[in-house]
Design a protein around this ligand. Structure first.
Ligand code: SAM
Ligand code: DTB
Ligand code: SF4
Length: 334
């Protein structure tokens, strides 16, 4: 135990630098991140909370609302996804939504207290004609005074620049899992394809939102390796969603058993320590979590969440329950 703590001491010492550039340049090894996971739980949470307080107000949580602007019928084979056309999931396909309906949903999200509106489309990558409509959505949602985020799949050259010009603040594109496990989740595109889109987004000057899913049968080593890959990007993502798998009946992962919740909390803590200045988002799977488990995630350094009754195609935690939890914990929405 002393050895593990000493290895992890060396690891967290680097996080004392408040300067983003210094911590961003630090490269993480798999052994270092595994040493964090191996710490006794209390020790890990304490360290994560310390790092968190060096960079953030520990009582403030950023809230984003999701909307599926184009649902189902996706060509890709992501084994967790309700929207893949390859699996029989009972999902009703919907065409790209009209701009005015999207703007109305964004206004409602703003009225309820979200600061960012994330529009998701079930595409391998957007067609030019569809992108034009999304650009209009981005312009109009931005004009409401909301931060804008879209997740549209892989981008082709020039598309990120168009999104930037329309006023896009964030592009979500998850690594989902580490390079080694990727082929057991998705075969219709590669981990390198994901990295390529992330580079295009970064080069266009759009903030990067990228994280993954926990509980897909991956090992702790896979989880740690995914965090290493995210933290060691030329610049770490500004936003890191950590999703707990929502098992969707009909998908290859629809019957997977739930992961030990403490392993999920450990992943949040390791994300916080390895990406000290990023917003770590407690993402899918919150509906199934108790208030106490969500509180442990906040204590471990999660400071962002999806707020609203729906994620993309599955239910999210109830807004009244979230509001009550914020009240009970003295949390402030940002
Ligand atoms: N098609 C685009 C793409 O793949 O990037 C955007 C939409 S896709 C649904 C966005 C992300 O949602 C995925 O990368 C995955 O991390 C997450 N996600 C999808 N289904 C999920 C599930 N059942 N449980 C947890 N996370 C899920
Ligand atoms: C992210 O990491 N999680 C969100 C958002 N980015 C697009 C999506 C979660 C989807 C959960 C399953 C569903 O509702 O379809
Ligand atoms: Fe398509 Fe995205 Fe779902 Fe994969 S995760 S099947 S790319 S919508």
């Amino acid at each position: 135990m002393m050895q593990v703590a000493a290895a992890a001491d060396a690891v967290t010492a680097g996080c004392a630098f408040p300067d983003q550039e210094v911590s961003a340049r630090r490269q993480w090894s798999l052994a270092e991140v595994l040493a964090l996971y191996d710490l006794p739980f209390m020790e890990l949470i304490w360290r994560a909370q310390n790092v968190h307080r060096q960079h953030f107000d520990a009582n403030a949580i950023q809230r984003s609302t999701l909307l599926s602007i184009k649902t189902g019928g996706c060509s890709e084979d992501c084994s967790y996804c309700s929207q893949s056309a390859r699996y029989d999931t009972d999902l009703e396909r919907e065409r790209l939504m009209p701009v005015d309906e999207v703007v109305a949903a964004a206004q409602s999200a703003k009225d309820k207290g979200a600061s960012r509106f994330c529009m998701g489309a079930a595409w391998r990558s957007p067609k030019e004609s569809d992108l034009e409509k999304v650009l209009e959505m981005v312009r109009e949602v931005k004009a409401l005074g909301l931060q804008t985020c879209v997740t549209l799949g892989m981008l082709k050259e020039g598309q990120a620049e168009k999104l930037k010009d329309a006023g896009l603040d964030y592009y979500n594109h998850n690594l989902d899992t580490d390079k080694e496990f990727y082929g057991q989740v998705i075969r219709s595109h590669t981990h390198d394809d994901r990295l390529d889109t992330l580079a295009q987004v970064r080069d266009a000057g759009i903030s990067v939102c990228s994280g993954g899913i926990i509980g897909m049968g991956e090992s702790r080593r896979n989880r740690a390796a995914m965090l290493v890959q995210l933290a060691n990007l030329p610049k770490p993502p500004e936003s890191v969603p950590i999703n707990n798998l929502v098992p969707v009946p009909g998908t290859p992962f629809g019957e997977l058993p739930p992961l030990d919740p403490f392993e999920f909390v450990r992943t949040i803590a390791a994300a916080r320590i390895t990406m000290p200045t990023s917003y770590v988002r407690l993402s899918a799977g919150r509906q199934e979590m108790s208030d106490e488990l969500q509180t442990l995630c906040f204590l471990a350094g999660a400071n962002s969440m999806f707020y609203g009754e729906q994620l993309l195609t599955t239910d999210n935690a109830d807004i009244r329950r979230d509001d009550a939890l914020f009240e009970r914990l003295g949390l402030r929405a940002i």
